[in-house]
Design a protein around this ligand. Sequence first.
Ligand SMILES: [Cu+2]
Length: 162
Amino acid sequence: MSVSLLAALLFSAVLQAQPNQITVENAYVRGLPPSQRNTAAFFSVQNHRDQDIQIVAGVSDAAEDLEIHGHQHRNGMMSMQREDSITVPAGGEFVFAPGAYHLMLINLTRPLADGDRVQFTLKTDGGEIIAIDAPVVSVLKSAPSKSTSSSNMSSTEHTGMH
Ligand SMILES: [Cu+2]
């Protein structure tokens, strides 16, 4: 076996063992007053692979159901719609953000206080599980990521729709 072939095999083995081919950043769950049964999680997913990946909602012990929602503008009104999956492009990123795509936590199983942690999963089309551990950030505080006043407004409007 030539040295270069050995090096190539080692290199590909290292690549396949890479645990960081899909990463998640800036995850948080919006903390709402206890009267609210639903809330939303926001985060970004990075795909370090050379192939697109499809992502669907998984499960959480904090909510009965998880759904991926997108927003639609129709006749000047904003409404949200359920999406079966989203695509994270090869070498790219998909962002779930207030006023845009979000992961809906439906029928919360417990009240979520500021600073609590929520665990939930997503699934890829390849059957992989992406586990996310996100802090709860109360709407009374600003989000940890950059957040403009206009996106705060749209997230409040969205809350009112439930
Ligand atoms: Cu929604």
